[in-house]
Design a protein around this ligand. Structure first.
Ligand code: SAH
Length: 590
């Protein structure tokens, strides 16, 4: 009975005091006895206002009159108040029946050989309190709809229980198949259909977020795990959502039986599993795989912060299973967020990108970008890569996500501009056979690309049609690039050049400028920015003729104006802009 809070017993008469002493002497309840040093109604009010669980051994009428004179606290914060006869024959829960008073009255009655008069209807009629579900369950329907539903249930005398949790099906609520009144388990599905959540004919119960930990011998048949699931479901009184929200040790990432039952199995390394305190640690298991627990620790690891074991390890000849509950929804689906951190300035990173960094289990990317990400979120486990080999980075990110992780693949600028987003999608398209990849939810979180950041610093050169061209001929043959430069020049696009020049690729930019000069005036405005929006930013305005390619390197982005891009010097500085296609001052646009 240690779970019950200290109980205040109000004993205004000597016979009542004798009953109070009997209860106190049992040592089953922590009690405080009040024996009339003042007015009984005033003491009852003090107890109600102080939210103290109270047993008033007096006439129900005294309690009723007293309650009538006070403003009761909100239903949820009302403490149990029980009224009892002096001889202990009857205990009547008066307030907070479903929040402790029914249980307390039942326990007190049992102790002194009396009976509890439970008056809350659902308990009495149906032997179940739907608004006080067992461990692991929560009522999803709000208080207002709940009372309307209960009213309807009492009038109808039953409901359709075909989709109800087992513990409801086993209660005395009669099953009326096919009627409009239904009690349903959500099984992992969110309740976000407004029609469902506002219906007074539907009552929703949700298992608190379940996290199932699995362990087994290599090649274990599915039936062994199914047996354990059935056993756990019987013990807990509800069925698990399918597919199972389950986790195991990383050695088991490809265990067939697990994948059959939990295609989105999440796996953790032994070292992580070994950090959990579990009720049944095993030295044998530690010697084999490097953690003292697989099933229990995996359940806890999956449940995350604040997770609690609901069912310690159960096992049979080949498998183990444990169940935890989590405070937060469990998502074992593989997710890959491809995040752009923008050109450099922390202020230019989108809140969406920052949220995704925080939500991720693992970060993947070039070390420098991962360092940068640490400025926005608590550090996450990282898979660091050098610059180059983008495909390896993307493969690693997809493989990591496939373990049921939420992975952030981190890029600079916009992840879809000469970066990794398209590589990820291309890998997906090329490998339809890789089921784990195909199951992954991939999302691109855009960032501000270098061209846009530079343009904003120099005015509005991208004000009319523009294009971007990467001058890197590492993956694209130069003649293809040159063709694009020529076409863009002829069509009079504003052009952004990315990857313009490196130590090894020094002739491509001068060649591109030569092509451009054939189509644009020598005075055509050009802007270039080195490390735009980073601390060592240098931004320069020039012209097609004056531009010195030696000033350009791989940290630089260039914008070549269209033939009609203009430069203006105001009192605050120099700006370039490309007028729009419509007319200003009555002039025809381009
Ligand atoms: N995804 C990036 C581009 C990667 S390609 C983006 O959207 O910005 C690499 C090229 O981008 C560099 O060679 C350079 O031309 C340009 N670049 C990226 N960040 C830059 C910055 N802060 N300043 C100037 N140029 C930049």
């Amino acid at each position: 009975m240690g779970a019950l809070p200290p109980l205040r017993i109000l004993a205004p008469t000597s016979q009542a005091a004798a009953l109070a002493q009997r209860i106190a002497a049992s040592d089953q309840f922590e009690v405080q006895i009040w024996e009339r040093p003042g007015s009984l109604p005033e003491e009852i009010i003090r107890c109600i206002e102080g939210q103290i669980p109270t047993l008033a051994i007096c006439a129900l009428g005294i309690v009723a009159r007293t309650i009538a004179a006070v403003n009761l606290p909100e239903k949820a914060s009302t403490a149990p108040l029980i009224c009892a006869t002096e001889d202990g024959s009857d205990f009547i829960p008066v307030l907070a029946g479903h929040r402790g008073a029914n249980d307390l009255a039942t326990a007190l009655a049992r102790l002194v050989g009396g009976r509890a008069l439970i008056t809350t209807v659902s308990d009495q009629r149906f032997d179940v309190a739907l608004d006080q579900p067992p461990e692991g369950w929560t009522l999803k329907t709000d208080a207002k709809h709940f009372s309307a539903f209960m009213q309807a249930l009492l009038e109808a005398g039953g409901a359709d229980l075909s989709q109800a949790p087992l513990w409801v099906q086993r209660s005395n609520i009669p099953h009326h198949p096919g009627t409009a009144l239904k009690i349903k388990a959500l099984y992992g599905r969110p309740l976000n259909d407004p029609q469902e959540s506002s219906s007074t004919e539907l009552l929703f119960l949700s298992e608190r977020h379940l996290a199932i930990g699995l362990g087994c011998e290599r090649g274990c048949p599915v039936s062994y795990i199914e047996d354990l699931i059935a056993q756990a479901e019987t013990e807990l009184g509800f069925v698990f959502p399918r597919p199972l929200p389950a986790a195991s040790i990383d050695l088991k990432a490809d265990e067939q039986a697990f994948l059959e039952l939990a295609p989105q199995l999440k796996v953790f390394p032994a070292a992580h599993l070994n950090t959990f305190d579990v009720p049944t640690p095993s030295k044998v298991v530690f010697a084999e795989v490097g953690t003292h627990s697989v099933a229990e620790a995996s359940a806890l690891a999956l449940a995350g912060e604040g997770g609690q074991l609901l069912l310690p390890k159960i096992k049979n000849a080949k498998a183990t299973l444990a169940v935890a509950i989590s405070q937060t929804p469990i998502d074992t689906a593989p997710h890959l967020d491809i995040i752009g951190l923008g050109p450099g300035d922390a202020q230019l990173v989108s809140p969406q990108a920052i949220a995704a960094l925080g939500a991720a289990d693992t970060w993947v990317g070039y070390s420098l970008y991962l360092d940068q990400a640490e400025g926005f979120s608590t550090a996450k486990p990282r898979l660091d890569f050098n610059l180059g080999d983008e495909e390896a980075r993307c493969r690693a990110a997809l493989d990591e996500a496939a373990k049921g992780q939420r992975v952030a693949l981190i890029c600079s600028g916009d992840p879809q501009v000469y970066a990794m987003a398209q590589v990820v999608y291309e890998l997906l398209a090329r490998h339809p056979e890789n089921e784990a990849w195909q199951r992954t939810y991939v999302e691109t979180l855009p960032g501000i690309t270098a061209m846009s950041a530079l343009a904003a610093k120099v005015g509005a050169p991208m004000g009319h049609d523009f294009c971007a061209i990467s001058l890197s001929d590492l993956n694209t043959p130069w003649d293809v690039i040159e063709k694009k430069v020529k076409a863009a020049a002829e069509a009079d696009f504003v052009i952004g050049f990315y990857n313009p020049r490196s130590k090894k690729r020094d002739w491509q930019l001068p060649r591109a400028l030569e092509v451009l000069k054939a189509h644009r005036p020598a005075t055509c405005p050009v802007a270039f920015g080195r490390n735009v929006s980073r601390p060592d930013e240098v931004i320069t305005l020039s012209t097609l003729n004056e531009l010195n390619p030696e000033d350009i390197d791989m940290f630089t982005c260039l914008i070549i104006g269209a033939s009609f891009t203009q430069r203006h010097t105001s009192q605050t500085g120099d700006y370039i802009f490309t007028p729009r296609g419509y007319t200003l001052d009555g002039k025809q646009g381009r």
